[in-house]
Ligand binder design. Structure first.
Ligand SMILES: Cc1cc2nc3c(=O)[nH]c(=O)nc-3n(C[C@H](O)[C@H](O)[C@H](O)COP(=O)(O)OP(=O)(O)OC[C@H]3O[C@@H](n4cnc5c(N)ncnc54)[C@H](O)[C@@H]3O)c2cc1C
Length: 384
């Protein structure tokens, strides 16, 4: 039997996060032979660490390029998830739970933006923090009314389950996921890649796709040109309640609380420039807990059942780069999704596969193809 590395593929993808897996799935559905090379275990980096909110947390703060991609992608989500669930038997718990945004934010701008983009909002006055069950007296003396905006159409998904479903579907369709396989070099002749060198041997394909998240520039090496994708650490805390203490996602500044259906509650997050260091810290745990008091004071008395961090693939204005390398004709990138890679995954996969197969794009993709000529990435972290 030929070794895996000896069989030429239609496409080799570097990185098995949500972007690499979604891209592989789209290619497999078009009949391609695909291998994914993953340095560690599949789906254990940023894609696993994220919160699974399927929207920017204050959507009015982003450029049209982000808004268009998010809207197109979230429109694909329901059918994408239903098909995945049907084929794999794994439920990624996609549901429209809604998202409540608490001040401070520019209310007039937010309302005008939602109106222009035809997004339903409810304006509501809420007492903050929420009353603590069985201890009303303590809390009522500290309560304030705040004017919130609720976006009832926002959905969430459980990232680890989505990744498991994608993994299973990719495998069902004949995709090969090679774990513990670190890509470290390219064999290039003229303007094309002949093969990729990895810790598991040499792999050949017609097309090579980099979906290595925060590590994409490292994988590209000297071919990264002016691509500005940098790691941005985010820390998260996990709690467990008997019943969900909140019925929707709550956001205040960069803080968010995400209730899962089974009583788990995620509290996040930070935006930290610490390079590739993923250490979690006591100071961030304390700060997140302090900030969360404003919404849910009972968290103070709850044990944190887990704290973790992930490295987002940070990019200027949160605009990913999806497309062909300007000089190497069979090299593609699908990366730099920064804070919203889960949200943008199905659309990003579709855009890239349309580009590879020469199919028509359903939206203007030019904003996602200018990342190779970004600003000088050697200056101090321009992304944060
Ligand atoms: C705390 C936190 C909260 C977040 N919340 C949300 C949210 O609510 N909603 C949302 O949409 N997004 C969220 N995100 C962002 C989202 O998780 C990312 O944008 C997305 O996961 C990026 O996916 P990816 O596949 O590009 O990267 P990754 O998941 O990091 O995958 C890249 C893969 O490439 C592999 N790799 C790297 N180098 C090599 C190599 N040399 N050879 C082989 N493989 C390699 C890595 O091991 C990794 O598995 C959050 C992120 C964090 C950290």
């Amino acid at each position: 039997m030929k070794s895996l590395a000896a069989i030429k593929q239609d496409a080799v993808i570097v990185g098995a996060g949500v972007i690499g897996l979604a891209t592989a799935l789209k290619l497999l559905e078009s009949g391609a032979k695909v291998s994914i090379l993953e340095r560690g275990r599949m789906g254990m980096e940023s894609s696993w660490a994220g919160g699974g909110i399927l929207s920017p947390i204050c959507p009015w703060d982003y450029t049209d390029a982000v808004t268009r991609l998010v809207r197109y992608s979230t429109g694909l989500f329901p059918d994408w998830v239903i098909a995945l669930q049907k084929a794999t038997g794994i439920d990624p718990e996609y549901h429209q739970c809604g998202m409540c945004i608490l001040p401070p934010f520019d209310k007039e701008h937010a309302i005008a933006w939602c109106s222009t983009n035809e997004i339903t909002i409810w304006r509501q006055t809420l007492p903050m923090p929420f009353p603590v069950t069985g201890n009303q007296n303590t809390v009522s003396s500290h309560q304030n009314d705040v004017e919130a905006i609720i976006l009832p159409g926002i959905a969430q998904i459980r990232n680890p389950r989505l990744l498991k479903a994608l993994h299973r579907r990719v495998t069902q369709l004949g995709g090969q996921i090679v774990e513990n396989c670190c890509v470290h070099d390219w064999n290039i002749r003229k303007n094309a890649i002949l093969s990729v060198q990895s810790s598991c041997g040499v792999f050949e394909a017609d097309s090579y796709i980099i979906a290595a998240g925060a590590w994409s520039r490292l994988v590209l090496g000297k071919h990264a040109m002016n691509l500005n994708i940098q790691p941005v650490k985010g820390q998260m805390l996990l709690f467990k309640f008997d019943v969900p203490p909140l019925s929707m996602i709550f956001v205040r500044d960069n803080l968010y609380l995400i209730p899962r259906k089974d009583g788990h509650l995620l509290l996040g997050s930070t935006l930290e420039d610490t390079g590739f260091n993923k250490r979690t810290t006591v100071s961030v745990r304390k700060r997140l807990l302090d900030q969360a008091q404003f919404i849910l004071p009972q968290l103070r008395d709850r044990p944190v059942i887990r704290q973790w961090s992930g490295l987002r693939p940070g990019s200027p204005l949160n605009i990913p780069t999806i497309g062909r390398h300007p000089e190497l004709i069979n090299l593609y990138l699908n990366s730099g999704h920064f804070r919203y890679g889960v949200t943008m995954a199905p659309a990003s996969a579709e855009i890239l596969v349309n580009e590879i197969t020469g199919s028509m794009q359903r939206l203007d993709v030019s904003p996602y193809q200018s990342g190779w000529s970004q600003c000088d990435s050697s200056s101090t972290h321009p992304i944060l």
